[in-house]
Design a protein around this ligand. Sequence first.
Ligand code: PXG
Length: 445
Amino acid sequence: MTDNTARKIETALPDLEAYWMPYTGNRYFKENPRLISRAEGMHCYTPDGRELLDAVAGLWCCSAGHCHPKIVEAIKQQAETLDYAMAFQLGHPGIFELANKLIEIAPDGLDYAFFTNSGSESVDTSLKMALAYHRIRGDAGRTRFIGRERGYHGCGFGGVSVGGISPNRKMFGAMLPGVDHLPHTHNLEHNAFSRGLPKWGAHLADELENIIMLHDPSNVAAVIVEPIAGSAGVLMPPEGYLKRLREICDKHGVLLIFDEVICGFGRTGDSFGASRFNVTPDLMTTAKGLTSGTVPMGAVLASNEIYNTFMTGPESAIEFAHGYTYSGHPLAAAAGCATLDVYQEEGLFERARSMEDVFADGLHSLKGEPNVIDVRNLGLIGAVELEPIEGQPTERAMSVFRECFDAGVIVRTTGDILAFSPPLIIDEKQIEIIVEAVRAALRKQ
Ligand code: PXG
């Protein structure tokens, strides 16, 4: 085969029509396709060989960098050794090993791991755990959930119900009954251009007390929030806010669930948001960084109190009638074990913390560029919020996305917010490349 033929085969696109793409404008994409066919470290490559610097770690998930050789090797070996083992009533060693590794880095008191295949499944699992926990304790009236405006908890019916992003909700009817929402904490008037946690807004947690009293504590099962809201545009919790949520939940016997699907595994410069912010929830949902995005997997971490409450019926009975065919899949377990090893061996959580200031300096240097109305950051998560074009919401950020892509940098947009969550292996030079690509794109608007 000549080089030319090889190149033609590499660049020829398959027919794009049959694939109904998720969360994507299908018709626009199929007219203007952007494909990635290879990735390595901080970079992705298009089928025709263009190199792109990845400022969002895939979709907030490839935290160890793309195609890390140790993780790839572990997956290869596992695929050759054990493809699948029955997930119910049978097990395989790898998944027990992963559970042990996971609770080692989790906050004290979260000592049990239940495995799923995604963040959405982790969220729905945690909500069902909360309901069943109360019921086993004789508190079956506690069925209500409280989420938060601008929260994202995946796309299961439970997750959409407690989520607070209206376009994700409006097509799907009544969803779970008995769900209420806290106000979100984003406030540009008080907190624009904050570095780290904003000072203003801890009092917004007090609304939880009002909502619980409105429904009566005896009816409320759990509150679910992301420590840092990711999908809705990287919204930081005000200083003291999460602690106050914890206190109010304790006062009323309500469980606190942290959705750490984005915040987990070093993103905040610590193992979890809970550790960084020093507030321990009763249940913690994870996914994404658990396998560095290589094999789909999620996990719910549960407190000893919750696990032990379940372990009370007849000895041989199934304690929690819930689980997935692929809960704890061998391939995902191998990827998860290798990923957690890589995080530890390469000190990537510490690295994220040590790069926090460099990352912050870079992003905050965009203050003053055209249409930038806020910059916020913590650990290796950050956002630049733009003034929307009048009558054309999302268009300004999308146009920056397109400019950056053409300049060789992948950023993520949500509304008119640019979001950044690079692999934790990012270096100073790469931060500079990202920031300068965004600056140039902003100046072209
Ligand atoms: N909870 C949180 C906090 C998430 O961020 C989910 C649950 C659902 O995870 P799965 O694995 O079911 O997708 C998520 C997912 C974005 C974006 O760019 C974010 C997510 C997914 C897709 C896009 O904001 N987060």
